[in-house]
Every structure is written in C-alpha cells, then in structure tokens.
Design a protein around this ligand. Structure first.
Ligand SMILES: Cc1cc2nc3c(=O)[nH]c(=O)nc-3n(C[C@H](O)[C@H](O)[C@H](O)COP(=O)(O)O)c2cc1C
Length: 197
C-alpha cells in the first residue's frame, strides 16, 4: 500500500503543509496457538505503517520474540511496571492508547475476549483496551479450539465487544490468516480514514 504522504505530495496541493505521517498501528498477541503467526502479522503492516506490539504474559510461551521485525518494539507487562515509578509519571497503557490510530488483537484468546467483554483490566493489553477510545478502530481475530468456539460464552462475549464497536475478523477455522487480517484493516481504513496529522 502506498504511503498516504506520497499521494498527497503528488497532487501538489498545499505545498507548505508537511506530508501526513504514517498510520500508527498497535498489534497485540494473546496466549494462543496461532501466536506463531504474530511475527508475520507485524511484518505485513510494517510495509506502510509504524508498528508497535503488545504481548500478554501467556502469549510469550507461543512465539519467539526475536522473530519480530527489528523496527517493531514489543511491550509486555514488565515494561508497564518499569514505565511508572512515582505519582506524576506517565502510564504506558495510556501512552500507547494515545499513540495508536488503530489496534489489532491477533490472535485474541477466549480468556482475553472474556476479560474485554467484562471490562476487566489486569495486564498491559487489557488496560489498553479498557482505556481505548472507540472512535478509533479496533479489530480482533479470535483463535480458539472448536470446542471453545461452540461454548455459549463465545457468542455472548463477541456480542458484547461488537456493542463497543470492535470489528471481528472471521477465520475459516481458527484465526484468520495474516493476509486476511491485513485486508480487513485496509477495509476499515477505507471506510474510516485516519486523521494523519
Ligand atoms: C498448549 C496450549 C494451547 C492453548 N491454545 C489456546 C488457543 O489457541 N486459544 C485460546 O483462547 N486459548 C488457548 N490456550 C489457553 C490460554 O493460553 C490461556 O487461557 C491463557 O490464560 C490466555 O492468556 P491471555 O488471554 O492473557 O493471553 C492454550 C493453552 C495451552 C496450554
């Protein structure tokens, strides 16, 4: 995808204005089998966006953090703990909410889905979601076993997050493929262009 700044410059309009910045995308991973695809997901967005990543403690068992692209900084609960030292210091989850234009949780676990649906916030990822401004897009790609999928809580929790305005990315069996996640984000951005200034 062409960087929006290129189009803007080519039109030759408002030459005094700086080119718009790149979209800022926050990607998050939960403790699911499909977390091994997280590096690939980061990689495809890096082509045209600034990317930061968040991982739950459970997710770190499912992917190799060294496999992420070098320009993608990975934040964990440990960073949240170290970021804040005294009253008046900034909180990492709030700063990441401010920074991001759009958030994608892929893979999303049944556990974190339930926490989001219930408004719980006991780690960096769920604190970001709990503080999120839903005027900005958030997309989720669930990765659960078929038995978990069939359990009535899944539909209940998906309905709750749908009410928040979260976009669900369907997968054919488990999590949608990285290319499908990318296409879903492009689709959302086409209907809700970002204010890139
Ligand atoms: C081997 C193994 C595989 C798992 N795979 C999944 C999975 O694909 N999806 C899921 O929702 N939970 C899965 N779980 C359970 C989650 O890892 C567990 O609920 C964890 O607490 C999720 O934490 P998080 O939501 O903070 O990332 C798996 C657990 C184990 C031990």
């Amino acid at each position: 995808m062409e960087h929006p700044g290129t189009q803007y410059a080519q039109k030759g309009k408002l030459p005094m204005d700086p080119a718009p910045r790149k979209p800022r995308i926050l990607l998050a991973a939960c403790g699911c089998v499909a977390a091994f695809k997280f590096a690939k997901i980061c990689e495809i967005f890096c082509d045209w966006a600034e990317v930061k990543a968040v991982a739950t403690p459970a997710s770190l068992r499912f992917f190799n953090t060294a496999s992420l692209p070098k320009n993608v900084y990975l934040y964990t609960d440990e960073h949240e703990r170290l970021f804040w030292r005294k009253v008046g210091d900034k909180m990492l989850h709030i700063e990441l909410c401010r920074w991001a234009d759009l958030m994608v949780i892929a893979p999303l676990s049944a556990n974190t889905l339930a926490k989001i649906a219930g408004g719980m916030c006991d780690n960096l990822l769920t604190c970001i979601v709990r503080a999120w401004d839903y005027n900005k897009p958030m997309l989720i790609a669930l990765d659960v076993h078929t038995f978990t999928w069939r359990n009535p809580f899944t539909e209940k929790h998906l309905m709750s997050v749908d009410e928040l305005g979260v976009n669900f990315i369907p997968g054919s069996d488990t999590m949608a493929e990285p290319s499908e996640i990318h296409s879903s984000v492009i689709g959302v951005l086409q209907s809700r262009p970002l204010p890139l200034n």
